[in-house]
Structure formats: C-alpha cells, structure tokens
Design a protein around this ligand. Sequence first.
Ligand code: SF4
Length: 512
Amino acid sequence: MPSDTARRLIRRRLSDEVGRLDKEAAETVALVYPSPYAVGMSSLGYQRIYRAIQALPAVACERVFLDDGGEDAGAQIESPVSYESLRPLGDFPVLAFSVAYELQLAGLVRMLDASGIAPERALRTARDPFVLAGGPITFSNPLMLAGYVDAVVLGEAEEIVELALRAVLDAPDKAAALTQLAAHPHIFVPAVHADRLPTIAACSDALLPAKSVIVTPHAELSDMLLIETERGCSRGCTYCVMRRTTNGGMRIVPEATVLAEIPASTRKVGLVGAAVSDHPRIEGIVRTLAERGTQVGLSSLRPDRLRGDFVAALAAAGHRTLTTALDGPSQRMRDIIERRGQEAHYLAAARHARQHGIERLKLYLMIGLPGETDGDIDECVRFVAELSKIVPIALGISPFCAKKNTPLCGMPYAGVDTVGRRLERLRRGLRGRADVRAVSAKWAWVEHVLSQGGEAEGLAVAAAVRAGGTFAQFKRAFAELGHRPDGRGYAEATPPVAPDRERKRRLLLAGG
Ligand code: SF4
C-alpha cells in the first residue's frame, strides 16, 4: 500500500488534471513511465499511447510513474502504484513501459524491484505480469532492454498497440503470446529473435498529429497542450537518430489541421516534432496562435530558420528565450557532423532576439565529438563571447554519445578526463560571459555504454542499481564487461565525412 504522503500527492495531482479519460473495462493494463510524473506527463509519446489504449474496446489503462527523486543515485522508492486506482504493478496482466532514453533503465529496474517483480526476464515466472516496452529508445537501441522485457514494439506504436495488447491478453499462456508477437514485423521478442532486430514501424500519416490528452500544472511543461506539427526530419546530422533516413524523413501536418486541433481557449501550446521550425508554414501557425492569445512553445528551432519575421512571431507568442543548437564547438566540427548552422545564422538570431525583446539565446552544444581538438573549443569560446555582446547567452553542454542507427555509431567516447578538461576550458573562457551548464561527463559515459551496448550492458544496470546506483557502481558493473571511461581509441578516431557539395557536383557531372 502507498504511504499517506504518496496517496495525498497522487490525489492532488489527479484533482488538478484536465482532460483525463476515465474508463472502466474488462481488462486493465499499466502504462509505466520509468521517470517521475512531471517528466512522463510532458512526454507526447506517453500521452499518445495513453490515448490509443483508452480508445480500445474492452481495455483500459492506468498510469504508473517512478517516485519523485527516484532517478537519483542511491534512491529508495516506494512500491509503485497506479494513479487511477492505487493498484500495485503485480496486479496488472501487462506492464507497458515507455522508455525514452538509456538512463531510464535504472528507473525500470528500481520500479520492478520495489514491486517484488524480477526485472530480469529470465527470472520471472508465468504468474508475473507480461512486460512490454516501446518509446523513443527503440529507434536506436532496443537491445539494451532485451534482458528485462518480454517484447518491444519498435518505432511508432500507435497502430500496433492494440494487436500487441490483445496478443498478450487473449493468449492461453505466455509462450503463445510470444510466438504471436514474434511473427509481427515490428515487434522484437528477445527470447525468439536474440539480437536480430525486426524493422522500425512508421504509422499511417492519417494518425498524425499526436496530441496530448491530459494537461496539468504539475508537468515540466506546465499547463501546456502538446501537439505535433511534423514527425521526423529531412536533415542528415550524422549523430542523430531522427535523421532523414529514419522512418521516411519528415511528415508534415497541414497548418489548418494543426490549428483546428488546438481549441481557441488554449492558453499554452507546445508544438512538438524533431524539426518543428522546418515546417513550411510554422511562422503562420505561430502568428495565428499569438493572435488568439495563446502562448506558444517550440521543441526545436534550427539556426538557419531564425529569420527576423519568425523571431518576431515567436516574441509575440510569448517566447522569452530563443533556443537553438550550436551542436559542434567549431564550424569545422559542425561541417563534419553535417549541421547546417553557420556563424552568420547564430549572429543573425542573436540580433533578432535583441531587436524583439527576447531575453536570452540558449544554445545546445556537444563536446567530445570524434576528431575534436582544444582548438575547436577555443573557437567556441571566441564565438560565444562574441554572441554574448549582442544578447545574454546560456550554453547547455552534453558530451557526445554515439547512437546506433546513425553514421557515427561505433565512435568512441572521449573519456571522462578529456570531456572534463574541455568543459573546464569552456567554463574558464566564458566566465562572466555566458551561463554554462553541463551534463556530467561520468553519466554521459554510462549513457554511451548503454547506447552502444546490448543485453549484457543492459543487465549490468541491475547490478549497479542494486549496489547503490552511484557512478562508481556503474563503473564497476561495466568494467566486468571490459568497458572503461578512459576514452580508449578516441584520439585515433576518425569520423566519417560526407563528400562535400563540390565533390558531389563533380561526381554527378562526371556521371559518377
Ligand atoms: S539533429 Fe535535428 S536537424 Fe539534425 S537530423 Fe536530427 S532532428 Fe534533424
């Protein structure tokens, strides 16, 4: 049973939700998010699957989240219960986990351990719930889940979720369910497929756009209705899982459809997608919403799209921070990873921001890219200092972690020491000129090992979490598999470089 504190918290959150689809049905499954409520309710993918399950005949879904603070190293959590009925995980026939990123594996392990259900697939019995997974992580590395889950829906799950749940709920036993699921072209069943992955699903365009169901002040994106204006991306950044080769590139939701889906009374809307600012009518959408009095947030702005009129529209729609990606620390690195951003784009964005009263420019940056040197970091310091003379700058830094299903898959991690040293070089160079925040070099290495690893690396998470979940324990668990955070191979790594435009042109002219 949950503690009185947990009950009160759940009750208060439920009473503040708007739009929840309360439903009773013959069978109920748990939709589990291995991060806290505020994060889960800000996930459009999680909300999309909630809507899809609540639309099914004879099946209802109840939501379960990791305790607040449950992501911290050494966290002890209560036995998780569903928000709708306070039932423990063991009461549900199916636990459907939505997994967005690698480190959520620790949350999955903690939640199952705290429920008295073995996280390890091989240790569960026929009496235990069936553990299903899906979510953004399945676009890059579902293999890290293989030691824990019975089946994984790969890619866009909205059209598959009914079949997957019915296969489990209607099967006479788990073996029959696994056989049926394994026959599906987009469902990975580790017990059947081992490490042969089926293909990634793309849903019908007719099902776009995804739109959030529940709006709540307790989400990270507080009181915000989320809607996608496009899915996928037409660009080719070589580190990115959502690049143009994934699921057919960018699929655009027409302007009229987006606007019709947003009720006129909406106070805050978040426009979501891998490349929202590449929508050909994005400026018109933002302007119309601003005229309605709706505050607009955008999940991603490309530097080359931040022209004056667009920045003016964003300012009118309530933007106080303009966020875009610098990505590589230097032009050389941006060219290598095929980012289109040029210094001129960022300078223009900074000037437009100042002109339209936007308070600051926030830039995301990756360091530790293969082929990077201290000279690239120094160029970054010089350029960000120049930008900071135009508008206040916030720099959000993440160490590079290679992802599967990208051209940079297999590139080594720069090493905790190298990343730490370059980070310090940036901090020192930008002291007093930019607000610099960074993801820990140590935890980025853990992410890197999981993003490149398979079942064994995934299972090492359980050992690390049970030993306390600190970085030292992850380091020890991964060392057993031969992984070290020392950046071995990084100095010699050469990133694949796409042929430049001129060479491509010459090849074409020569008929190559
Ligand atoms: S990083 Fe952004 S622009 Fe580049 S491919 Fe990915 S989604 Fe597209």
